[in-house]
Design a protein around this ligand. Structure first.
Ligand SMILES: [Zn+2]
Length: 93
């Protein structure tokens, strides 16, 4: 007999990475439309997403917030992608 419920793991096994994290799908030399598409909302598929690049020496991430449904998520980017975003003006209003 199986009983559904929470499975409690020791603290050292708990991942602190939010489940909404994902890896950006565009390449450093992709067209702006593809960059925008990769950052568009995964909930309602709206392209009206406000994003901001957060980068430091070791890693970079993009904080995305959908204007249509309010869904927020974090997208991890590589150094090349971060550079691409830094050069890419906010095309989405
Ligand atoms: Zn949305």
């Amino acid at each position: 007999m199986s009983v559904g419920g929470l499975i409690l793991l020791p603290a050292r096994h708990v991942q602190v990475v939010p489940t909404t994290c994902e890896l950006a799908a565009f390449r450093g030399d992709d067209a702006p439309a593809l960059v925008d598409a990769s950052l568009s909302c995964t909930m309602c598929l709206s392209g009206a997403v406000e994003w901001s690049l957060v980068a430091d020496v070791w890693e970079a991430e993009v904080e995305c917030r959908c204007h249509s449904c309010g869904y927020g998520r974090t997208v991890w980017v590589t150094g090349e992608q971060a550079l691409r975003l830094a050069l890419h003006p906010h095309a989405v209003q």
